[in-house]
Design a protein around this ligand. Structure first.
Ligand code: AP5
Length: 215
């Protein structure tokens, strides 16, 4: 199965992608995680991406598309994948379509997780992440068992540098301008399903699994 998760920053894409990929044995591809890993390792890609990410802007299409196409060509993607944070512009979606049709393996589902902007701000300002294993927490709705320590790998959990309120507002603005048009794009292709994202993590997961026809 090949799935795209669409939605505003903080809609819960990463949280749901982690659960779904485990349940359905799909490869989880998060462009945000790929960029953050490269920033942490101070690679050339990381240095280029950091300039945009810290300002709440999108990394240029050309760079992002190249990374995703490379990733999709890795053997673990042949069993299916879940894309979290890609595509984010119409140009990215068109490139993905071209790549998938060349392979003869079209995207099966695009799940759009819908949440109001104020919920996004509340979620992101309380989010904490583990830079080692990418686990995601929230100081109120999903705290770590031991303060500031990842439940899974024990590494320190931190606030992302782009989760400050001013940067969150900029990311939301960019989402509405550049990513929201993908709702119409995939709706026209007949593969879009919208779910309301204001349920708790487990309830939302149940709703998505139903849409995917696996519960
Ligand atoms: P990326 O890491 O993809 O960030 P994002 O899309 O802004 O999404 P987030 O990770 O902020 O949110 P999410 O929807 O995954 O929510 P989460 O599950 O964490 O990208 C970062 C940056 O990289 C971008 O700004 C851009 O610069 C660049 N980039 C990435 N991809 C790119 C691309 N394709 N093109 C160009 N540039 C790109 O949940 C959020 C919080 O809410 C957590 O604390 C979680 O615990 C909590 N939560 C989750 N679900 C629920 C729920 N159901 N109820 C209550 N709380 C919940």
């Amino acid at each position: 199965m090949r799935i795209i998760l669409l939605g505003a920053p903080g809609a819960g894409k990463g949280t749901q992608a982690a659960i779904i990929s485990k349940e359905l044995n799909l490869t989880h591809i998060s462009t945000g995680d790929i960029f953050r890993y490269n920033i942490k390792e101070s690679t050339e890609l990381g240095k280029q991406a950091k300039v945009y990410i810290d300002k709440g802007q999108l990394v240029p299409d050309e760079l992002t598309i190249r990374i995703v196409v490379d990733r999709l060509n890795k053997p673990d993607c042949s069993r299916g994948f879940i894309l979290d944070g890609f595509p984010r512009t119409v140009v990215q979606a068109e490139s993905l379509d071209a790549e998938m049709s060349q392979k003869g393996t079209p995207i099966d589902y695009v799940i759009n997780i819908e949440v109001p902007d104020q919920v996004v701000i509340d979620r992101l300002s309380g989010r904490r992440v583990c830079l080692e294993c990418h686990a995601v927490y929230h100081i109120v709705s999903n705290p770590t068992k031991t303060p500031n320590k990842c439940d899974i790998c024990g590494a320190e959990v931190i606030q992302r540098s782009d989760d400050r309120e001013e940067t969150i507002r900029q990311r939301l603005k960019i989402y509405h301008e550049q990513t929201e048009p993908l709702i119409a794009y995939y709706s026209r292709r007949g593969i879009l399903q919208t779910v309301h994202g204001e349920y708790g993590i487990e309830d939302l997961n149940n709703k998505i699994m139903k849409v995917l026809g696996v519960s």
